[in-house]
Write a protein that binds this ligand. Sequence first.
Ligand code: SAM
Length: 281
Amino acid sequence: MAKNLVILNTLMDTVIITKSHYFFFMKFKTTPYHHDLLKDKERLSCFFEAIKDYDSKTGLAYDLGCGSGILSYFLSFYFDEIISLEVDFKTANCAKENLSNFSNVDVINSDVLKYDFSKKADLIVCEMMDTALIDEEQVPVLNFAKQFLKDDGHIIPMGVINTVELVTLERDYVHWDEDGVKYDVLSDAVVYSKINFLDNLNLNFEKDITIQAKKDGFLNGLKITTFTKLNDNIICGPTPMLNPPLLVPLDERSIKRNSFINVKLKYSMGKGIESIKTEYI
Ligand SMILES: C[S@@+](CC[C@H](N)C(=O)[O-])C[C@H]1O[C@@H](n2cnc3c(N)ncnc32)[C@H](O)[C@@H]1O
């Protein structure tokens, strides 16, 4: 019956979903950061659809880094029990208040890496995403927490696909592609990594990448774009609050159309954008 749920709108901190002709209005108390996350309807919709699609519902779900509690709210329609962990005290208190009327949701103020897991889950939902998984703890958290997932359990999202392009940047520091940021694209996008969260992932990423220029230009940067694979059917590109493309400086060089550029890209997943290193090879 819950299959007919459709996410309808997000108005400020109110999320409205509909099932047949019934509307569910859910008002969220949040921090300013989680308020921005709630306003990103595209981000919410893809998580909502993936949770709705998950075909063997019921049982136990963990929501790791639950923030306002929005994804636990979606899970509450389907699962018998949801354990929602949030490291930030104030945020966890908001989530506790937001979900106080849901008897199948237990919000706990704890770091996932220090939580004493006592049972294995059917599903882990974890949205600690950032572009290429560099700036948030998605990978270290899932490397640890997936030992508390049943053998036939699933993770939402299931992984990411990362691409890179050659660009001319106006700024000489790592920054995100947000309003007002300008750059010129000099190549097509090349897929340089595919990550499945069920694998044991090495936090230290290093890859030699070859990219062909599609026009003459002044090369001084790379654009990294992350596509989030929610499940086998849903891939979500960047949204304002889910993996906006990352612009990374590279030593300046004039390049010719059709030339091949070889670069080494290094970073540590979960260690922040300061860990990003680029060089020509
Ligand atoms: C990008 S927000 C997502 C919040 C919420 N899941 C949503 O989709 O709106 C990530 C959340 O994970 C929390 N977090 C980060 N590291 C954590 C950890 N090690 N243990 C528990 N929570 C963590 C942050 O405080 C933040 O609230």
